[in-house]
Design a protein around this ligand. Structure first.
Ligand code: PHE
Length: 342
């Protein structure tokens, strides 16, 4: 009887070791047949030899041998099941790390085409000695109009032509705030704080309640440029704009000024560009001019001592031209098929 108990224990440790060491389902099945096979398995064989001894044994021995047998069978079967589960999980193969699993590839983001354009603008203008200035998108009327020589009754100040904020304002309208309609506001903010010479650009969003179509949006970007110093002239303005356009779009770009009017520049021009492509019309890309003496005085500069030029260019116009983008709405609809192309 003690022989059988020892044999059962021996069987148990050998079977559990065999299951644990099985490296795949095929080896595990072979071990199962060897130890637990219903016909010729080693447990079956042990059970066969236990029969005669049990019949001869007393009640107490019967009980001990029987329960040992059952415990061994349960433990060995559990070891088999556990190994089966482990082998079903491929991660178990290399000790918890399955180097054959496909990796999870993190999606790489990329810059929005307009962000790319703006960075390039800043880079190009930086090479010409222009530093970057910023101003708020929510502006007061002084910076958006007054200081830019745009009087009270000017149509540009029409409530229907601007996004005024529904904030508290005095009965006479003072204290009104609006989403800036142009980046020229930053000219004023910079000149208020700096003495000439000044050479800055400012790139940012502007807002106008325009009807939205392929070339108009109620929000778009402008790059404002301002250069003030002793004897700054239109010649510098044209040179800077031409160098800028060529740096961004290529050497076959031509630029043309058309007389125009802005309250804050005198003289004022519209800026057109064209490419050496037959049949391509001139494209209007912004306004410019010599800073009006009124504006210089308003910020405390002496218009008899310094002069300056300013320009405001539409960023989307350049970006659309550069990348062949047919519709300005593509910039803001967040279609990944569009955005992934840049
Ligand atoms: N602020 C003008 C506009 O939005 C453009 C401009 C800027 C014109 C600077 C002249 C000088 O149309």
């Amino acid at each position: 009887m003690s022989d059988l108990l020892a044999e059962l224990e021996q069987f148990e440790s050998e079977a559990i070791a065999a299951f644990k060491n099985a490296r795949d389902a095929r080896e595990l099945e072979a071990a199962r047949i060897e130890f637990l096979g219903a016909q010729r398995g080693r447990l079956k064989e042990l059970q066969g030899r236990m029969g005669p001894e049990l019949r001869a044994a007393d009640k107490e021995t019967k009980a001990r041998l029987g329960s040992k047998f059952n415990a061994v069978k349960a433990d060995v079967t559990a070891a088999l099941e556990q190994r089966k589960r482990e082998l079903d999980r491929p991660a178990a193969v290399a000790g918890g790390l399955d180097v054959t699993l496909p990796g999870t590839c993190p999606e790489l983001g990329r810059r929005h085409p307009l962000a790319q354009t703006i960075l390039e603008f800043k880079d190009i203008m930086g090479r010409f000695g222009f530093t970057v200035a910023d101003g708020p998108e929510v502006e007061d009327e002084y910076h958006n109009f007054e200081a830019l020589n745009i009087p009270h009754d000017h149509p540009a100040r029409d409530p229907l032509a601007n996004f005024y904020l529904a904030t508290a304002q005095a009965a006479d309208g003072s204290g009104a705030r609006l989403l800036r309609s142009q980046t020229s506001t930053v000219q004023i903010r910079v000149m208020e704080k700096t003495q000439p010479p000044v050479r800055i650009i400012s790139v940012g969003r502007v807002y106008r309640p325009d009807a939205i179509d392929a070339t108009h949006s109620c929000m778009f970007h402008q790059m404002e440029g301002l250069m003030v110093g002793e004897s700054v002239t239109m010649a510098e303005l044209k040179t800077v704009l031409r160098l800028f356009a060529r740096a961004y779009l290529g050497h076959d770009v031509h630029i043309r000024f058309r007389p125009s009017f802005f309250p804050f520049t005198e003289p004022s021009v519209e800026v057109d560009m064209s490419w050496n492509e037959p049949g391509k019309p001139w494209l209007e890309i912004g306004g410019a001019g010599m800073v009006d003496p009124h504006v210089l005085s308003a910020v405390g500069y002496d218009p008899d001592r310094v002069s300056g030029f300013a320009f405001g260019l539409g960023v989307e116009r350049f970006s659309m031209r550069r990348y062949g983008i047919p519709d300005i709405r593509l910039f803001t609809t967040n279609d990944l098929r569009f955005l992934r192309q840049f």
